[in-house]
Ligand binder design. Structure first.
Ligand SMILES: Nc1ncnc2c1ncn2[C@@H]1O[C@H](COP(=O)(O)OP(=O)(O)OP(=O)(O)O)[C@@H](O)[C@H]1O
Ligand SMILES: [Mg+2]
Length: 345
């Protein structure tokens, strides 16, 4: 297993800066996600780790060994591609055996290793099936077996669940995580789905337009986003314009003031106050202000509530089982914004 370091990695294609001075260190055995919107450079970063692209600048180290110019077949890296890239004309076992043949593994070792890898992904018995006769989820597992069979030091997964339905996505991601833990492989997991990154990762990096803008544990990145952009990408959020008063108090509208944890704001400074809908306390005992319910959306597990407060609208959520407090359009209810949940940008 390997520690991995990306040091000042950039990639320029003609006029496109796909990856821009990225610095990431990943520990041995860590599950590390790269999260960001389409086109932000996730696949390009993985391809540089695999050796399919050469960085325009920067270096890549595995266990302090400079691998920047090492050929893909000499890196001991397994990759599951965004579209799986299976060989449609080959059987399941031929697909899985491919990397072993390319590495000139002894013929007699190939069949047991292929069977073993297929067993790991619950596909024992599918050896001779044509890949084209498999479901999307089964193809995904063949791709995973093909990556694992070479016993890689590093596993690269590029949006491995994007072709699966919602239920299979959850099942498969849990399978991948369990297998990764059992084998202890250092893993890079690319996704544009924040829930996948938050639930799977030991740590994660958020990318925008080729830049790595924040690195941390899921809790750190979700609860302490370092920019408005990161906060919005990771989930629903309220962003309210406010003006700093004295002693850590900000004014949201004419009659609404709240305390924030940021001291030393120059009075009069315009700031943005951000918080998640689930952190808004409805029917608060010690309210900061009243909000008039102007929209309710039932989602099954909870109710989404939009509140009008002066000129502002605030999004909140209320668990459905909380039936003691009836929500009604047009009603004004007491609201609290907990100090520790308010982020100032
Ligand atoms: N071979 C290439 N030649 C030119 N431009 C490229 C090439 N590969 C990628 N790009 C560009 O680099 C940028 C980053 O692409 P990349 O595939 O890394 O994004 P991504 O984050 O994986 O996106 P997605 O979520 O859509 O897969 C994009 O603007 C893309 O058009
Ligand atoms: Mg991609």
């Amino acid at each position: 297993m390997a520690r991995v370091r990306l040091q000042g990695i950039s990639k320029i294609f003609d006029t496109v800066q796909a990856v821009d001075n990225v610095n990431i260190e990943v520990e041995e055995g860590e599950f590390f996600s790269l999260l960001g919107p389409s086109g932000c450079g996730k696949t390009t970063t993985l391809r540089m780790l695999a050796g399919f692209e050469t960085p325009s600048a920067g270096k890549i180290f595995f266990n302090e060994k400079d691998m920047t110019n090492t050929k893909p077949q000499n890196r001991n890296v397994g990759m599951v591609f965004q579209n799986y890239a299976l060989f449609a004309h080959l059987s399941v076992s031929e697909n899985v055996a491919f990397g072993l043949k390319a590495r000139k593994v002894e013929k007699s070792d190939i069949a047991p290793r292929v069977s073993n890898a297929l067993r790991e992904v619950d596909l024992a018995g599918y050896e001779n099936r044509a890949v084209s006769a498999l479901s999307g989820g089964q193809q995904q597992r063949v791709a995973l077996a093909r990556a694992l069979v070479i016993e890689p030091q590093i596993l690269l997964l590029d949006e491995p669940l994007s072709n699966l339905d919602a239920k299979l996505r959850v099942e498969t991601r849990e399978r991948i995580r369990a297998l990764q833990k059992k084998l202890g492989i250092t893993t890079f997991y690319v996704t544009h789905d924040q829930e996948e990154a938050l639930t799977q990762s030991d740590r994660m990096a958020v990318f925008f337009t080729g830049k790595c803008v924040q690195i941390g544990t899921p809790r750190e990145v979700f609860n302490q986003p370092n920019s408005r952009q990161v906060m919005a990408f990771l989930g629903r959020a309220n962003f309210l314009q406010a003006r700093a008063l004295e002693h850590g108090v900000v004014q949201l509208t004419e009659n609404v003031k709240v305390r924030v944890r940021r001291n030393g704001l120059e009075p009069g400074t315009e700031v943005t106050i951000a918080f998640r809908p689930h952190d808004v306390e409805l029917f608060a005992q010690e309210p900061h202000f009243q909000g008039k319910i102007c929209k309710l959306t039932y989602t099954g597990a909870y109710e989404e509530v939009v509140l009008q407060v002066g000129e502002m609208q605030i999004e909140a959520i209320s668990p459905i089982q909380n039936t003691s407090q009836k929500l009604k359009i047009g009603e004004a209810i007491p609201i609290r914004l907990p100090l520790e949940k308010l982020i100032v940008f």
